[in-house]
Design a protein around this ligand. Structure first.
Ligand code: ADP
Ligand code: ADP
Ligand code: MG
Length: 668
């Protein structure tokens, strides 16, 4: 077994690999860029080596620097994690030349599978079903249009070297072909340094289902069942689960057999994943093979009870697979939510900055057989740099059944509190509450069809409304108790008789009555004559209100506003303002604010680089027209006009680096 492993990655995955290595008694070396000098993965490892400046190309993607770090620390193996160098056969070869073991498959398997065009050829030769398309690179518009016409629209243009949902565009008609081709090629060139793209049939509303494979260096290959990853935005997964609600036993067997057939065809010898798109009718087609540890591997670990990183390490060290196919059993249901630094209220734009507050849910197993696991790469006070993927953590739960796992995930998300940067926790909570998700009626188009316009938060149903009214009433009561104590009254103020309040919740007005009794605080919603009993130890200033409402435990995130609170729960985000009836009457006398003018400029929605400006001074544009392309966090984002207008003044040019909210152009 290895004595020392260098982890050539950062963030949550570096921390996760570190944990298993240390558990196995193997010393660990972290590598870090300048931006990551104080990162969690550096703190966790036994040793750490600075490998270069912040941009990945000069640090995490630099083979020379990483090999140098291996030599300096005398590491005998390297785990590459996912992303960065994990799928570079040349990296595995370079390590081998120095006598260092690459913890991953043999370089020939990586080469064969690393390229989408090549792997599709191989799969089709191995009788694995593939998506109809042109298996070859396409570079000019005319050729692309001809191929697309042959296949039939819609088609997908995909980067052959692609990964992470990048370098991928859909064209629904010939008219969209040119822009789609150009964008896909530009993004592929920038993200992968390789602009080859190919075209295949776009399968409408499919599901993404993948098979986890493990192979050793002695020809043993097994599968660990499937994961479903259909909940995606920008073709990138955000919620994954195991098993898949779609599969029946026969389809599962057929997919697993094909996956093993493909793995065998390339003598696969590590953990790997064979990805498929599946129709709602359970037809399925090979997409690609990922020759590395997958972001969503924890759901498989939780249902099968296997540590995949441990398996990878043992296989790389030459051990034969101790697991036989018959030993692999899937138990219960696991769900993973990816917590990203991105703003779902603004089109999932990436966010970066300092985590002022970071309070994740507690890990562990509960009495009800629910396991909560957190794979995190950050800590309170730490930074989310702009240079890398904006993943903060992965929250994973396991339970006996899918409904219990969903409820456990929703409850854990309610307690997950992050402040300082934008994040997608409410959005994930909204997914957990969605009817179609709950019934397993999903597809890769789920987010677009369930959240078609901008995400505005979940709207309140009666149950949520009553609970949040009770929480607002109870918080206000606790705060007024506190005020009385601070103002010098010796005995804390108690409600003796019933007190009346008016709560303005999400701009609607509700009269309530509060009564303190032995069981807790009773909150009566007057119009409905519905009484809820609230018990909580919440103290003013705490960011998460936790307590029982009629014996049901709930968590609500609270932000103090100048006149009230913002409450967040199960994907709803509303303001609440509690007043006495007298205060409300006075407030009615204040004239309403006038609404501001329509926006007169285009601002940069995230810190980024201007790739191109697509309009000229004085040009008339229509709502929806492309105005500029901004690159941030490896993504090219097209900014479009929100209304018909005329461009008046260009304030930025290609090549400019812009701060958040910088003006790009003005409109007349
Ligand atoms: P998974 O399939 O494991 O969910 P994703 O496809 O979402 O993983 O990508 C995992 C991570 O690896 C992402 O951070 C993505 O940006 C990165 N990634 C994947 N392939 C490449 C590649 N070829 N080059 C650079 N980064 C990549
Ligand atoms: P990446 O390397 O970026 O992970 P994949 O080929 O695995 O690229 O595709 C990522 C996602 O894009 C899939 O999970 C699926 O949602 C979608 N996708 C890819 N190809 C197709 C296709 N031909 N039809 C429909 N959806 C597709
Ligand atoms: Mg993929």
């Amino acid at each position: 077994m290895f004595k020392k492993i260098l982890i050539a990655n950062r963030g949550e995955i570096a921390c996760r690999i570190n944990r298993t290595a240390q558990r196995l008694g193997i010393a660990t070396v972290a590598v870090y860029s300048t931006a990551d000098a104080r990162a969690l993965h550096v703190r966790m490892a036994d040793e750490a080596v600075h490998i270069g400046p912040s941009p990945a190309a000069q640090s995490y993607l630099s083979m020379e620097r990483i090999i140098e770090a291996c030599k300096r620390t005398q590491a005998d193996a390297v785990h590459p994690g996912y992303g960065f160098l994990s799928e570079q056969a040349s990296f595995a070869n370079a390590l081998a030349a120095e006598g260092i073991v690459f913890i991953g498959p043999n370089p020939r398997a990586m080469e064969a599978m690393g390229d989408k065009i090549e792997s599709k050829k191989l799969a089709s030769a191995a009788n694995v079903s593939t998506v109809a398309g042109h298996i070859g690179s396409v570079s000019n518009g005319a050729e692309a249009a001809r191929i697309a016409k042959q296949i039939g629209y819609p088609v997908m243009i995909k980067a052959s070297a692609g990964g992470g949902g990048k370098g991928m565009r859909i064209a629904y008609s010939a008219a969209e072909m040119d822009e789609a081709l150009e964008r896909a090629r530009a993004e592929a060139a920038s993200a992968f340094g390789d602009d080859r793209v190919f075209i295949e049939k776009y399968i409408v509303n499919p599901r993404h289902i993948e098979i986890q494979i493990l192979g050793d260096k002695r020809g043993n290959i097994i599968h660990l069942g499937e994961r479903e990853c259909s909940i995606q935005r920008r073709n990138q997964k955000i919620v994954e689960e195991a098993p898949s609600p779609l599969l029946d036993e026969a389809t599962r067997q057929a997919m697993c057999e094909q996956a093993i057939k493909l793995a065998r065809a390339v003598n696969y010898d590590s953990a790997g994943t064979v990805e498929f798109v599946a129709g709602q009718d359970r037809s399925f087609y090979f997409l690609e093979m990922n020759t590395r540890l997958q972001v969503e591997h924890p759901v498989t670990e939780l249902v099968t009870g296997t540590d995949l990183v441990e398996q990878m390490i043992r296989i790389a060290a030459g051990e034969s697979l101790a697991l036989k196919q018959g030993d692999v059993q899937s138990k219960g249901w696991a769900i993973e939510s990816r917590i990203y630094a991105e703003d779902p209220f603004r089109g999932f734009m990436p966010s970066s900055g300092r985590l002022k507050t970071y309070r994740p849910p507690k890990e562990g197993q509960s009495a009800r057989g629910v396991t909560v696991r957190l794979d995190s790469g950050v800590y309170e006070g730490g930074e989310i740099p702009v240079y890398y993927d904006p993943i903060i953590a992965k929250l994973v739960v396991h339970a006996g059944s899918r409904p219990v796992a969903i409820e456990a995930m929703a409850a854990a998300l309610d307690t997950f509190y992050i402040d300082g940067i934008r994040h997608n926790i409410q959005f994930l909570a909204a997914v957990m509450g969605n009817k179609n998700w709950r019934s397993g009626n999903i597809s890769t188009g789920f987010i677009e069809s369930e959240f078609p316009s901008r995400f505005m938060g979940v709207s309140l149903d009666r149950d949520l409304e009553l609970k949040l009214l009770a929480v607002a009433g109870a918080m206000d009561h606790r705060e007024s108790e506190r005020r009385h104590r601070v103002s010098g009254q010796l005995t804390p103020r108690r409600i003796k008789a019933t007190e009346r309040r008016v709560v303005k919740l999400a701009n609607k007005i509700y009269p309530i009555e509060l009564t303190q009794n032995a069981n807790g605080l009773s909150v009566v919603h007057k119009a409905l004559n519905n009484a809820l009993v609230v018990r909580s130890k919440w103290a003013p200033g705490q960011p998460v209100w936790q307590g029982e409402i009629n014996d049901e435990f709930i968590s609500v995130q609270v932000e103090r506003l100048p006149h009230g609170y913002r409450l967040e729960h199960r994907g709803a985000s509303v303001t609440a303002n509690v007043q006495s009836e007298r205060q409300l009457q006075l407030a009615r006398l204040v004239p309403p604010k006038t609404v501001g003018k329509l926006c007169h400029d285009l601002r940069c929605p995230m810190p980024g680089l201007v790739v191109s400006i697509l309009v000229t001074d004085g040009q008339d544009v229509k709502a929806g027209d492309s105005l500029a392309v901004i690159e941030a966090m490896k993504m090219q984002n097209v900014l479009r006009a929100e209304r018909d207008c005329r461009v008046k003044n260009l304030r930025a040019a290609p090549g400019d680096t812009l701060a958040f909210d910088a003006v790009i152009m003005e409109f007349e």
